[in-house]
Design a binder for this molecule. Sequence first.
Ligand SMILES: C[S@@+](CC[C@H](N)C(=O)[O-])C[C@H]1O[C@@H](n2cnc3c(N)ncnc32)[C@H](O)[C@@H]1O
Length: 201
Amino acid sequence: MHFHSPAAERNKQPILEQLQRLLPPQGRALEIASGSGQHARHFLAGLPGWTWQPSEFDADKRAGLQQLQLELGPRCLPPLALDVSAPDWPVDAAGFELIFCANVLHIAPWACCAGLMQGAARHLAPGGCLVSYGPYLESDVPTAPSNLAFDADLKSRNPGWGLRNLDAVRVEAARAGLYLRERVAMPANNLLLVWGPGQAG
Ligand SMILES: C[S@@+](CC[C@H](N)C(=O)[O-])C[C@H]1O[C@@H](n2cnc3c(N)ncnc32)[C@H](O)[C@@H]1O
């Protein structure tokens, strides 16, 4: 089955520009919930010194990522079956300079937030960072009407889904020893958040 995400098509270039600004020339990335693989494909092209480890919870999407890996070759590794909320992730102990997770926290159970933060804390290489991307609620920033409507739609589809409050995400991050290093406002009322170990500066 072939998956295509119109949102990933729109956001892949603005996200890549941030990754190019934030990241060193070389490194290893772990992507949580690679979905259609559009991000992996675009970021590998724009980050020529990086290798990309895709992962997916959903078996059908994983099959599509397997095809992508065959097409993209050695800098794209075979997709892992990874449940972000699991206490163990099936990944290399050496760690990753980037752990990237787009558009998952609001469309998965809240436990996935703690899982993401705990897993990133376990698997980031020294000097590495977690980048999360998506819509969030912020106490001190009015929520865009489109995000309020999206939140209501998500909750009607699954009461456990919905836009996450950034303060609550920060609490889960701090429990894992991760702190918000940078908040970047992105198109269509999304945020790109950079998390890393140690106290915020
Ligand atoms: C809206 S899609 C985002 C896909 C891709 N990251 C993107 O931005 O296009 C949400 C993804 O979350 C994944 N997901 C849901 N629950 C998960 C879990 N417990 N662990 C890992 N991924 C999960 C789904 O399989 C799906 O690929």
